[in-house]
Design a protein around this ligand. Structure first.
Ligand code: XMP
Length: 319
């Protein structure tokens, strides 16, 4: 066992007092904020916590298994994993407009979450990983970028609809404090420093219509990008690094044969606040390794590009 810091102990005492002997539901996404909320609640109230992970089929390679490992095994929580790939693929079928994709994913998420949460009988609270900057920004401008970005994470309206009381134990904290708390609670460094991942997941990195086949290609390419960034020791130095599957085909040669396959764009940025961002000056050798590996190892890709656009005027994501 580890020694808890003062910060963590104070947060635990506070949650215990607030919750008493009641049950709390917490959505897990694999991201830092929801993980820290869950870890904090688990330390505070143990078996009174139920976690829900919606696998929307848009997660990164091995992500579901990783969350199960980190929570199910590490914390022995009551973890409900909902395999909702079918439902998400069905609602996305034929849809290529980015905001419509987001909207449908948001609704499907609420549907799934509601269905699972309703099965947990004696639940009183719904926990959310709202941070201090979210509180300020959403208050200042409910339609601003922060509110839009969070739309998916905060299951808005749900607590009321389901008769839950909202509990937001990270409301007073900044991101760096959340990370410190996570470490004090015993979460692994790899989780605490994980790059942010958008709620709509790989759907906004699989340009145009989303299909299982395209997602599979993207997943493999993305895992190579991240693996190479980690091996180069640059994961912490970049804010987000990932692959995007482009809906264009171009000509290539493979042995004696002509290919006509898709292209992958590598995106890597450095940012403090995600409102502006600069593209990462990754070493050429690293880019070369990524490109060679993606083209050799991922069937259906014959070309790799590097995105050298900053935000603004580009955004971090491509959709
Ligand atoms: P953009 O692409 O707008 O992204 O420069 C800024 C940050 O927000 C994340 N992002 C999202 N997160 N739902 C989310 O939860 C979304 O729909 C969404 N869109 C973008 C993006 O990954 C980056 O960190």
């Amino acid at each position: 066992t580890w020694q808890l810091g003062d910060f963590a102990q104070a947060a635990i005492d506070h949650v215990r007092q607030l919750v008493g002997d009641r049950r709390v539901i917490c959505g897990l996404s694999g991201g830092v904020d929801s993980s820290v909320v869950a870890a904090l609640l688990y330390k505070a109230i143990g078996p009174q916590l139920s976690c829900i992970l919606i696998d929307n089929g848009l997660l990164r390679k091995d992500e579901q298994a990783m969350v199960i490992r980190e929570f199910g095994d590490h914390f022995k929580t009551d973890l409900h994993v909902v395999d909702a790939e079918e439902q998400f693929m069905a609602t996305l079928e034929g849809i290529s407009e980015p905001q419509e994709k987001r909207r449908r994913i948001g609704y499907a998420f609420i549907d799934c979450f509601k269905a699972e949460a309703t099965k947990i009988k004696d639940a009183h609270f719904l926990a959310q990983g709202t941070l201090y900057p979210d509180v300020i920004e959403s208050g200042a401008d409910p339609d601003g970028p922060a509110a839009t970005i969070k739309l998916h994470h905060n299951v808005g309206g749900l607590p009321d609809e389901l008769g839950f009381e909202l509990i937001e134990p990270l409301r007073d904290l900044f991101k760096d404090e959340v990370r410190q708390l996570g470490l004090e609670l015993g979460l692994p460094e790899s989780l605490v420093w994980r790059h942010p991942f958008p709620g709509p997941g790989l759907a906004v990195r699989c340009l145009g219509e989303v299909t299982r086949e395209k997602l599979q290609v993207l997943r493999e390419a993305d895992s190579i990008v991240v693996e190479e960034i980690i091996n180069a020791g640059l994961y912490r130095e970049t804010s987000q690094s990932f692959a995007v599957l482009l809906p264009v085909q171009s000509v290539g040669v493979m042995g004696d044969a002509r290919t006509y396959d898709n292209a992958i764009a590598i995106r890597s940025v450095k940012t403090d606040d995600f409102m502006t961002a600069d593209w990462s000056r990754l070493p050429y050798d690293l880019l070369a390794r990524m490109s060679t590996r993606i083209i050799n190892e991922v069937a259906g890709i014959n070309r790799v590009c590097y995105d050298i656009s900053s935000k603004p005027p580009a955004t971090i994501e491509w959709e």
